[in-house]
Design a protein around this ligand. Structure first.
Ligand SMILES: NC(=O)c1ccc[n+]([C@@H]2O[C@H](COP(=O)([O-])OP(=O)(O)OC[C@H]3O[C@@H](n4cnc5c(N)ncnc54)[C@H](O)[C@@H]3O)[C@@H](O)[C@H]2O)c1
Length: 371
């Protein structure tokens, strides 16, 4: 059942499939999309992001009223959502609302709300079905699929679980209210997926650049589905992150995480990822032989979508790159880095930590001096 929507379907296990629907105005189609799962739910528990414009939420509530018993909870959006306090509040609310194993939780909001509400769904009565309606570009192209749910405890994502949603409903109208800087930052993850997927995807992005920047619905729906399909293709080889393939999705993120820490999180995540993709491409040139003209292509693609490509001025490379030593992907004195051999040809490379840090410092300098 696609009704002109972009649709893809992924089999996680014998009894779990993830259906992804992308299009304009899909929040109003929720009863039909939920109905397509073929599961009768005893209760629908909608967890909505407080930062979401009210009119969107009202539309979704209105549509869901027809599906049976509905309860709604609004939680504070943004990173503050990702706390055990919020999850406890959700568990108690679910219990008080009479939610049982046959209930469906719907997370409606940015990646922070879906990470926290998804974790509540993963743990309530040992796990109930959940659906997600992501409302920021980053959550549409990344956080909504892959099955990772988590809250923070001192550091990010310390407490979490793998729990794939049954349904991902993406309504491109939600992008109309996003601030320009947040929208553009979200495009960095799309470029990352294009670099993992192949040149055709990068060329597609460039040939639709103007429509993407003008947030044209049809093009956005296609872009988001292509992006999610790339992520799901990689995730489906390794649903529980045991074999290591999922580490490819960290492309650009080793430098991005160090940069976010060094700038006290003043950069948007996507901005740090864009710079990380460039710095790590220069490293790839040395380590895997990524051709320099492809490094240029990557920079041009990022720049033409309004993303930064150079490290911020005034930051000491040593100060930032030294933080790579604290990276989660470090194992003793080694680190496993996803690097490109070519656009669309990612590989996982194990480097000595000292070698990686020295190479990244050099790459940082090259990225800073680029034209
Ligand atoms: N689970 C995963 O695989 C995964 C992947 C990537 C990121 N994440 C997580 O996602 C989180 C970041 O998510 P995010 O970038 O979506 O930001 P966010 O969830 O922090 O939301 C940012 C702000 O936008 C507001 N907002 C939400 N929708 C809006 C809309 N349509 N219009 C206007 N404002 C809106 C929110 O209320 C919030 O204030 C991080 O915690 C990150 O760890 C998870």
């Amino acid at each position: 059942m696609s009704n002109g929507l972009e649709h893809s379907s992924w089999v996680i296990s014998d009894d779990h499939r993830v259906d992804i629907f992308v299009g304009r105005g899909t929040r109003r189609l929720l009863p039909r999309l939920i109905g397509s799962l073929g599961t009768g739910y005893s209760l629908i528990a909608l967890v909505a992001d407080s930062g979401l414009p009210e009119s969107f939420r009202r539309d979704a509530e209105e549509a869901l009223k027809g599906t049976g018993r509905l309860v709604v909870r609004i939680i504070a959006g943004g990173e503050q959502a990702k706390s055990l306090d919020t999850v406890k509040e959700l568990w108690e609310w679910l219990l008080g609302s009479g939610a049982d194993r046959d209930s469906l939780l719907i997370a409606y909001g940015g990646g922070a709300v879906s990470d926290a509400a998804g974790f509540a769904a993963a743990t309530y009565m040992r796990g109930i079905d959940w659906a997600v309606i992501p409302t920021t570009l980053l959550s549409m192209v990344d956080a909504s699929v892959g099955g990772k749910t988590a809250v923070n405890l001192g550091a990010k994502n310390i407490i979490g679980a793998f729990h794939h949603p049954r349904l991902v409903v993406i309504d491109t109208e939600h992008l109309e209210t996003l601030r320009e800087r947040d929208y553009i930052a979200g495009l960095a993850e799309v470029v990352k997926h294009a670099l993992l997927e192949g040149k055709w995807f990068l060329e597609w992005l460039l040939s639709h650049r103007e429509e993407i920047l003008a947030r044209r619905h049809g093009v956005l729906a296609r872009m988001i589905r292509l992006s999610l399909d790339t992520k799901m293709k990689i995730v489906s080889r390794d649903y529980r992150e045991r074999r290591g393939d999922r580490a490819l999705l960290n492309l650009g993120h080793t430098v991005a995480h160090a940069l976010e820490k060094a700038t006290s999180y003043s950069l948007r995540h996507g901005e740090a990822v864009a710079i990380g993709l460039v710095v790590e491409s220069y490293l790839a040139h040395r380590v895997t032989g990524l051709p320099l003209d492809e490094v240029e292509e990557i920079k041009n693609a990022l720049a033409s979508l309004g993303l930064p490509t150079r490290p911020p001025k005034g930051l000491e490379p040593g100060e930032v790159i030294g933080l790579v030593r604290l990276d989660k992907k470090r194992k003793g004195d080694k680190i496993l880095l996803p690097l490109l051999e070519g656009i669309g040809k990612p590989v996982l490379v194990e480097l000595d930590l000292g070698e990686a840090v020295a190479g990244l410092r050099e790459a940082w300098r090259e990225a800073s001096h680029g034209d």
